[in-house]
Write a protein that binds this ligand. Sequence first.
Ligand code: PMP
Length: 405
Amino acid sequence: MIDIEKIRTDFPILGERVYGKDLVYLDNGATTQKPKVVIDRMEEVFTRYNSNIHRGVHHLSDIASREYEQAREIVRGFINAGSTDEIIFNSGTTAGINNVACSFGERFVGRGDEIVISALEHHANIVPWQMLCERKGATLRVIPMSDDGELNIDHYKAILGKSTRLVAITHASNALGVVPPVKEIIAEARRLGIPVLVDGAQGVQHGVVDVRDLDCDFYVFSGHKVYGPTGIGVLYGKRELLDDMPPWQGGGDMVKSVTFEKTEYNDLPFKFEAGTTNYAGAIGLAAALEYIGAVGLEEIAAAEADLLSYATERLSAIKGVTIYGNSSCKISVISFLIDGVHQYDAGMVLDKMGVAVRTGTHCAQPVMERLGIDGTIRASFCFYNTRHEVDRLAEGIEKVIEMFR
Ligand code: PMP
């Protein structure tokens, strides 16, 4: 069981007040708050050993390089990858997907080929594939979803075939919270020898992720959504694929030798880390992963499941509230609308009550189009939230309804 009092004191921002009210932060799907240990670790980098990594002979560079590589090892362990060669640091999920779309796509996708994604995807897992298809004369195929956001797996099986070069699927929908049957989706592609990329932006912070057990070929996530700093992310890739992929970007650190005639690329993982990386962010991310590892991923999942069921119960009981994405398998996200009230108006009134939610399309316009709506109000909970905060949200919604009646 999580010691919620203790946990909340680990996150300094949770003590903030907004318009004179205690902050209720329910926008964790967009970004999570940072525990003190992460803030302290970042401060330590800049006050004690800041120095560019891998290139210096001096003491500070040596410490920074060791800490950076130690961070890579911590990420490896966290997602149970087989080797640190398979862990590439970048700026986030978006960069990871673009890396795969550009370098895997460059080598393995051609005219007439197909990329399969799903109706649940964030724009970051749509647009890079569309751009690739345009460059290569390939086609994007989409697994459709039901009104509840559940993917049609029979349709998926039917569209997989000889032309499919890659399946790119979200671990969980940021817009609705729905969790597709990712393991089954991977197993089906694996049977046909088709690689799978999992967009873990909404996956890695909600429970144990084991990339070898999932048997995915690529897994991408962002540091800022898993209690770490902004501007840092991870691309995991199976070594045999990464080895066969050309570098995405050229520059310093991704090379072994350079002449005007020829460049020899560096080994993994450096081949995909051109230029000065966000080494301070990587070290901060490692602190975040150690922190949630110590809290316990299973405990986090249990606390969030409790908040989800309590919030679903509270919000469903309010007349005029419609929840979208009523699947039995969800992360702790509730996407909803209030009859007769525009989502922006509701979001602004809730804000004045100190309750931070997100409104709009959540970078998932095709999800909204499929549901025939122009956006939702999204409350996304995490393990530092409380039932009392769910009550504050529910009371806020009731107030909104009263105001707009
Ligand atoms: N995929 C999903 C499912 C997301 O929720 C997000 C962030 N909202 C992204 C991709 C993009 O992440 P980032 O902006 O950190 O690159």
